[in-house]
Structure formats: C-alpha cells, structure tokens
Design a protein around this ligand. Structure first.
Ligand code: NAD
Length: 518
C-alpha cells in the first residue's frame, strides 16, 4: 500500500477563471450529446434490461430526456439481495488495503472527470455550476476520507491486555447493505453511503432516486473501472414504493443506509424492525432524514453577514438541502432592518436554467415538488406576511421564485413542516433566550446557526441549541467532509455523522478474541 498524505478536502474550481468556465461549457456540451442514452441495471455482475423503462428528465427543460433507464421489479430486487448475499463471503475476505486502494482510484477517476460529473448534476438534478461543483467535490472527499478511515480500522484495535492472555478486537463487515439515497445530493450522498458499505467489506444493492438515476449509473461504472468487482455492487433503478419494501424486508438484507424524507425513513425503520422467517439478525438502519433548520440572528450580530448567511442557506440549490435555512429567527431589535436588507437582496436573485451560469437559482426537481412548494407558499401567505416572491418563476422548467414570509408564528405549518424549496419563514424573537426556545421548537434537529458577536450567547447556544450540526457566524449549509461530520437529532435521523470518524463503524461489527498464553 502506498504512503498516503493526510486527508485534504478537494478544492473547488473557480468559475470566474476563463479557463475553468470554458472547460465546464465544453463538458456540458459533451454531456448534452449523451442525452437519452439507455442505461442497464447491474445484478450479479451482469447487465439486465427490462420491458418497462424509466426516463429521467432535465428539470430546467422537462421535455429533454437525460437518461433512459430500466424499471426494476420486485423479483429483480429480491434477486439483487440474494446474489449480493451469495457474493458476500468472497468480497468480505478481500483485504481492506485492496478495498481502500480501489476507493482511492474511484476518487481519482471522478476527479479526472469532474466537469463531466458536474454536467450530469446540472442537467439531471438542476444544480447550478457552483452547487454541482460542491456536490462532486464532496463525493471525491468521501472516497479519499473513507479509504483512509478503513485503513485506520483494519487489523487489531487497541484493547487492555490481561495478564496471561493475548486480547484482540477486530472489525468485521456485516453483509448485504441496501443503499437508498435521495436525489438532492445525487452524487455525494450516493457515493458516501455506497463507498462506506463497500470499503468496509459489505456487498451493496444500490437503488438510486428515480429522479437522478443517470448520475448513479455513471458512478457505478466508475466503481467497476476502479477495480470493484461488478458483483459487489448491484445497481437497481425502480420506484421506491415498488422495490423499496422488498429490499428492506428481505431476510438476507443485513443493513440499510437510507437518506431521504422523514416519512420514508420512518417506514424503512419500521419495516426493518420486523424479523421475517429465515432472518437470523436484527437489521441495522442508518437513516438520515429531513430538517427544518433555523438561523438565529441576534441583536448583537453583524447584520450584513447574517443577511448573506441566511440568503445562501435558504436559496442555494433552491432550498432543496436538508441543511437549508427555512426559519430565520430574528431578535426584535433588528427584525425590521434585517427583513429590509434581506428582501432587497432576494429581489436581485436570478432564477432560470441551471446550465446558464448567470442564474443564481435553477429549477426545483420535478412537477410534484413544484406544486407542493407553491401550495406551501399559499399556506404561508395566510400564515404570515409575504415579503418577496410568492409564486412560480417564468420559464419552461420547474422554476419557483425565492420567497420570504415574515411574522410567522411558531405554530404555523410553514414554521414546522419541511417544505424543501426556496421558502423562508421569518419569526420575531423577544430576546436571545426566546430565540433559542423558538429554534428548538421543532421535531427536527439537523443544522442550525447563530449570528452574534456576544461570546456568552454563543456559549449558551453551544450547550442548548439542539441540532447535530451547529454553526456560529456562518451559513448552516455546506458541511465539509472531515471537518463537519454530518447528521441530525430527533426526527432528522440516527445522527450517523457522515464524513466523520464514527461513520464506518456503522457498517461494521466488532469481534473480540482472547487467547490464553501458556
Ligand atoms: P424520499 O424519502 O422521497 O426518497 C429517498 C429515497 O427513498 C429515494 O431513493 C426513493 O426512491 C426511496 N424510497 C421511496 N419510497 C420508498 C420505500 N417505500 N421504501 C424504500 N425506499 C423508498 O426523499 P427525497 O425526496 O429523495 O429527498 C429529499 C429528502 O431527503 C428531504 O426530506 C431531505 O431533508 C432529506 N435529506 C436528508 C439528508 C440528511 O443527511 N439528513 C440529506 C439529504 C436529503
């Protein structure tokens, strides 16, 4: 095994540099040239095609078909789990160093094709250039970070040595891991969960979101090119409702790595808790779910910094991040001033096709999402004061105006429910104590931020703002692998802390061996 330098986050391309801009434009043209291509499922190391197809569309222009996919069936889902189970004994014996090498190689391949992967994210997920660049960079980070983490966890771990014994502890993989990612980080989260499972020696059945299967299919090819045997990672596209239950309930499924909505996550957790005949383990569920993330703006905040932080956290990727700021809780002393400055900025945001780098916001993911967000905006107009946006934005794609609703009560639906779109609820707090109380008034607990120059207030928040990822005087999105292990409390999930030193342990089980010395 080569000597590895310490982990370092992948730098972002600077698109203000003409050369980078040009490279991205050329990659977009290449990706566009591949629109409509047909992709296969991968089961037991073989390509599989089905009668029925599933199209993925460009949300900036939904008449364009990005990729044509097979539609997996419950029978194929069961076969995928069974064949992954059959291959597990072989894959789990591959030395960890070899698996880590493959993963580093996968990271190198994505790095070499970064602009092209950006292109797939721009066209299939509606990410703007910088958002796509951040997603692909994070995917590379997961490869580089988890490869190093596996090397750390390989071999005997330190334990106390009893006199007259040799005492050891090893980590072993678990079995078949069903990986179910969302569409909103269609590369980073998919790569993070899949590679964590593989590098620890589990076999995988990967079911990408039906909105972004092309990105998943392109990544699976990278895995195979990097040396991962085809049999260790099955790839099954299909409707979550149709194949999801089969994957989760199958007695040979050992663990499930899920990221998505609260509703689906809870269902996965409930189904996985049952023990069907023939199942000889308790399934493990890693579930990262929704958020209703708040930024507190204190009366002692740098107001311009707070406005900027709320702006990028609420409207970056059209508010479709689990970490997006959807509640701004503002001290009454600066409330009107904050709203005036924020509203002025939001009115300058441009919305349009994601491949045009002049647009700050692209489309939302699909028509169903657009309708649901517009319904929430109507609810918001009744629950508060409309200050910006308030409806669809013009164009062929699924465009929604960046929207601010002020004077929102903590019991309002738009204060409590995850909207997953560019809609910000702003609520007035009497003082910092009240702001903390409002921020914690949620069933979720994913991210949060506080803008204040007062150290005592920051320390109060450190202790009492109940979220998995808390930020001071910066935005509440943009967690970096290694620095900000990511995952939430309460109904935001199992706090699995992706990109942190505990994460791979979720995909492993420990075995202690004691030998009496003669
Ligand atoms: P979703 O729950 O609709 O879908 C997530 C995945 O589950 C998809 O692959 C989908 O096909 C699959 N699925 C649907 N029904 C299923 C079933 N019955 N059984 C098994 N799988 C099924 O979520 P989404 O719309 O793709 O993603 C957005 C949600 O994800 C938001 O709630 C967001 O907050 C959350 N999210 C959370 C995190 C986090 O780290 N906490 C990160 C990103 C997104």
């Amino acid at each position: 095994m080569r000597e590895l330098p310490a982990f370092r986050n992948e730098p972002y391309a600077d698109f203000s540099v003409a050369e980078h801009r040009q490279a991205q434009q050329e990659a977009l043209a290449r990706v566009r040239g591949r629109f409509g291509a047909e992709y296969d499922l991968w089961i037991d190391g073989r390509r599989v095609r089905t009668e029925e197809k599933l199209k993925s569309l460009n949300p900036s222009c939904p008449t364009e078909v990005v990729g044509m996919h097979q539609r997996g069936t419950p029978e194929l889902a069961a076969r995928a789990v069974e064949t992954a189970h059959a291959y597990f004994p072989e894959w789990s014996c591959t030395p960890a160093r070899e698996r880590a090498e493959m993963l580093l190689k996968a990271g190198e391949i994505i790095r070499a094709r970064k602009a092209e992967f950006n292109g797939w994210l721009i066209y299939e997920a509606g990410k703007t250039w910088p958002e796509a660049e951040a997603d692909v960079s994070e995917a590379i980070d997961f490869c580089d970070y988890y490869a190093r983490e596996m090397l750390r966890l390989d071999g005997p771990q330190p334990v106390v040595q009893l006199p007259g014994e040799r005492d050891e502890l090893y980590y072993l993989p678990l079995g078949v891991c069903v990986v179910i990612p969302p569409w909103n980080f269609p590369l980073a989260i998919l790569v993070g969960m899949t590679t964590a499972a593989l590098v620890t020696g589990n076999t995988v059945v990967l079911k990408p979101s039906s909105d972004t299967p092309t990105i998943g299919a392109e990544f699976v090819e990278v895995l195979y090119e990097a040396g991962f045997p085809e049999k260790c990672c099955n790839f099954l596209v299909g409707s979550g409702a149709l194949v999801g239950d089969v994957l989760v309930e199958h007695p040979k499924t050992r663990l499930i790595a899920f990221t998505g909505s609260k509703e689906v996550g809870l269902r996965v957790n409930e189904l996985a808790a049952r023990t069907p005949p023939g199942q000889i383990w308790i399934k493990r569920v890693i579930a990262e779910m929704g958020g209703k993330d708040a930024i507190i703006v204190d009366r002692e905040a740098d107001l311009d910094a707070a406005v900027q932080g709320v702006l990028v956290s609420a409207y970056g990727y059209q508010g479709q991040k689990c970490s997006a700021c959807s509640r701004a809780i503002v001290d009454e002393a600066v409330y009107e001033e904050f709203l005036a400055r924020l509203t002025a900025k939001v009115q300058t945001l441009t919305v349009g096709p994601a491949d045009d780098p002049g647009n700050y916001m692209g489309p939302v993911i699909n028509e169903r999402a657009r309708r649901s967000i517009l319904d929430y905006i109507e609810t918001g107009k009744r629950e508060g004061r409309l200050l910006a946006g308030g409806g669809p934005a013009p164009g062929e794609g699924y465009f929604v105006q960046p929207t601010i609703i002020g004077d929102v009560s903590p019991e309002a639906r738009i204060f409590q429910e995850e909207i997953f779109g560019p809609v910000l609820a702003v609520t007035k707090a009497r003082d910092f104590e009240h702001a903390l109380e409002l921020a914690n008034h949620s069933e979720y607990g994913l991210t949060g931020a506080v803008y204040s120059r007062n150290r005592d207030k920051l320390e109060q928040a450190r202790r009492r703002f109940f979220v998995g990822n808390l930020y001071f005087n910066r935005k509440c999105t943009g967690a970096m692998v290694g620095a900000h292990p990511f995952g939430g409390f309460n109904l935001s999930g199992t706090d699995s802390k992706a990109g942190g030193p505990d994460y791979l342990l979720l995909f492993l089980q420990a075995k202690a061996v004691a030998e009496k010395l003669t």
